[in-house]
Design a protein around this ligand. Structure first.
Ligand code: IVH
Length: 674
């Protein structure tokens, strides 16, 4: 029996690793995210049944654990220095002359360089011991960084166990790999849209978003950010014979880490300059941001010979691209309405060429931003592409003002439905609360059918717009009452696409509870919070009956989210819409096998473990608690039910006493679980 489980576990792990590679390594997924999640959940279930088979390189170990209160710091064995910058071809030639002089090479002889894209993200270092990923850290001040291992483990591109390299290199006992963590532009845009919907401050650019995501204390949130990595160098290593930087990159790639494909070995500085200029023009083809090129001497012997200054190695230099900015005029400021009624100001600009496209709009994020930057209609502004797609206003050129510029007044009513808008104290956003506002209805229906929510294939924004304009639907529940006859006569909707859409809508009736909760478009409830809620409630009905206080006792649900949920279900229109969903046969119950066992003595209870235990390892006791439906948190709070304290318990014990939390030794714990 156990042998069969072990075999099944190993097979599942191999399958998941295979799909990780397909998805991230080859950009060619064979299964949907939903199917992938099902595989991981099945593996989790089996590992919970047989915790003795859990290994640190199992794909389940990526699924973020409990939040930390702070990151431990890590001292870098080899400092993570920065790189000197150049901006012109002439400076690159100077660099080449300097290298030759210091290496004692004559002017006629050429140096081999490796030229790479300079990925605009966050530097990180990964430690592998005997091929297993044990620790990862940020650059910090170059000498010590933050230990962000739990967050890095959520990045599926980072192997938890190095691949075998086709046998070319033996896995070294210790290997440090350095690289850049980044957020693809599309992910950055998705994240900002989500943040706009939930009223959170938007990130200014993909780099800030990547840095913010890597420094989140809760790895479960990091996991949802879909960070990526390009590895670009080795740090400390033992027992490897390497002569060139290119060999280092081949080794890194052979061990299963992604290395950027646009790497070029150049035989002289003119080739380097040519390649840098080529990418200055081509950089917009990429799905991620680059802010320049990095030029590295290929010979590792020369690296040693050249050494470093206190700030940067002498064998490497960067060639920075000019930031893509342009000056244009604000013609008008309009206000857009989001799915939960968030109003976003947008500037319509005099069209100007910028970074390969013509820019005629810029998001102004929110009304505080307009005030802070003092942006007026008629102003000349400096615009820049942050995510390469959405331009932003950097600042106003006040010296160009003529006195005719008009300050923009915050709207008192919704531009679409004219209902009065209001601003929550904690929030920067203005909101329209009219559930029947057409602009909101469109956005809400789009969201309802989107991938993270009900995933209705073929129902894109343009079609939603059309369905609402033709009065075929007023809200998302109406989708389930559309007939094929209504669709066939719409623009671009033939027989086939109409019946496909009807089928897709029908199929979405059987989505699981978490997707439905997400799809409802409750303010402050995105797909992650929806999962948390679906873990706690068996049906939409039980969630709808919950009070604010009770909701707040749920781990990860704070007062703001709890308030939004209660407000949503209390809204007089919500009942009618949910009634329509139910009457159409939309599933409102939890379908998936319960993630944790119900009706045990500890189901739903929150535990904190501290000190050294005799009978259990940390992992064992945590797995046991979770398999019995309990939760394990890393720090004591008022919501903790039990503290299990072993020998040498410290501050957590004091805090538990202060909060009057039940403290258990191991025997006491065993009594509780029965
Ligand atoms: S090599 C000692 N290669 O740029 C040399 N760095 O401005 C180590 N970066 O801190 C860095 N892409 O975070 C290197 N292909 C690349 C890079 C790269 C981006 C970052 C890195 C570094 C920063 C310096």
């Amino acid at each position: 029996m156990t042998a069969t489980i072990q075999k099944k576990i190993e097979q599942l792990r191999d399958t998941i690793r295979y799909h990780d590679r397909k998805y991230y390594g080859e950009n060619n997924p064979e299964i949907t995210d939903y199917e992938y999640d099902k595989l991981v959940k099945e593996l989790q279930r089996l590992e919970q049944l047989s915790p003795e088979f859990i290994t640190p390189d199992s794909p389940t170990q990526r699924v973020g654990g409990e939040p930390l209160t702070q990151f431990p710091t890590v001292e870098h064995r080899i400092p993570m220095l920065s790189i000197d910058n150049t901006y012109t071809d002439a400076e690159l030639k100077d660099f080449d002359r300097r290298i030759k002089r210091m290496a004692g090479i004559g002017g006629h002889q050429d140096i081999e360089y490796v030229v790479e894209l300079k990925i605009d993200g966050v530097a990180t270092t990964l430690w592998y011991e005997q091929g297993i990923f044990v620790k990862g850290a940020t650059r910090g001040d170059g000498f010590t960084g933050d230990d962000v291992t739990a967050n890095l483990k959520t990045i599926r591109q980072i192997p938890l166990k190095l691949e075998t390299d086709g046998g070319k290199h033996k896995i070294p006992p210790v290997l440090e790999i350095r690289g850049e963590i980044y957020l693809p532009v599309k992910e950055f845009q998705r994240l900002n849209e989500e943040r706009e919907e939930t009223g959170e401050q938007q990130f200014a650019n993909p780099r800030n978003a990547a840095a913010g995501s890597l420094k989140l204390l809760d790895p479960r949130i990091t996991a949802r950010r879909h960070l990526r990595i390009f590895a670009y160098a080795l740090g400390y290593y033992e027992r490897l014979e390497l002569q060139t930087h290119i060999q280092c990159l081949e080794l890194i790639s052979g061990f299963g880490l992604p290395v950027n494909p646009h790497i070029k070995l150049c035989t002289n500085i003119d080739e380097v300059i040519h390649y840098c200029n080529e990418w200055n023009n081509r950089r917009r083809e990429l799905e991620y941001m680059v802010d320049g090129m990095v030029i590295k001497v290929n010979s590792l012997l020369l690296h040693e010979q050249l050494g470093s200054t206190s700030k940067a190695p002498r064998w490497v230099i960067s060639y920075k691209f000019q930031p893509e900015q342009a000056v244009t005029q604000v013609e008008e400021i309009i206000v857009q309405v989001g799915k939960t009624g968030t109003l976003t100001p947008v500037a319509n600009l005099t069209p100007v060429p910028l970074a390969g496209t013509t820019v005629s709009r810029a998001t102004l994020h929110n009304f505080d931003e307009i005030r802070r930057k003092d942006i007026r209609v008629g102003d000349y502004v400096l615009v820049q592409k942050a995510g390469e797609i959405i331009p932003q206003v950097v600042h106003v050129l006040k010296e160009k003002r003529t006195g005719c510029e008009r300050p923009f007044d915050e709207p008192a009513t919704c531009p679409a439905c004219k209902e009065r808008v209001s601003r929550d104290d904690q929030e920067v956003y203005l909101r329209c609360h009219n559930l029947f506002c057409l602009a909101q209805a469109k956005r809400r229906i789009q969201y309802f059918s989107s991938r993270d929510a009900m995933d209705i294939e073929g129902l894109g924004p343009a079609l939603v717009e059309l369905l609402v304009d033709k009065r075929l639907v007023k809200d998302y529940a109406d989708l389930f009452y559309i007939r094929k006859d209504d669709l066939v006569n719409l623009e671009r909707m033939g027989e086939k696409s109409s019946s496909n859409l009807i089928k897709a809508i029908e199929a979405s009736k059987n989505r699981d509870l978490d997707r439905l909760i997400c799809a409802l478009g409750i303010h402050n409830v995105g797909s992650h919070t929806a999962e948390v809620l679906a873990e706690h409630f068996d049906s939409l009905e039980t969630l709808a009956d919950e009070t604010q206080d009770e909701l707040e006792t749920i781990h990860e649900i704070g007062p703001v989210v709890a308030r939004s949920i209660v407000d949503f279900f209390r809204n007089k229109h919500t009942g009618a819409i949910i009634g329509k969903l139910k009457a159409a046969g939309v599933n409102t119950k939890k379908i998936s096998a319960a993630k944790f066992v119900k009706n045990t003595k500890i189901s739903g209870k929150s535990f904190v473990i501290t000190g050294t235990l005799q009978k259990y390892s940390r992992k064992e006791i945590e797995t046991l608690i979770k398999s019995l439906g309990g939760r394990v948190a890393s720090s004591v709070s008022k919501k903790t039910d039990y503290l299990v304290a072993g020998a040498e318990s410290g501050s957590k014990l004091n805090k538990a006493r202060e909060y009057n939390i039940r403290i258990l030794d191991e025997d006491g714990f065993e009594k509780i679980i029965g």
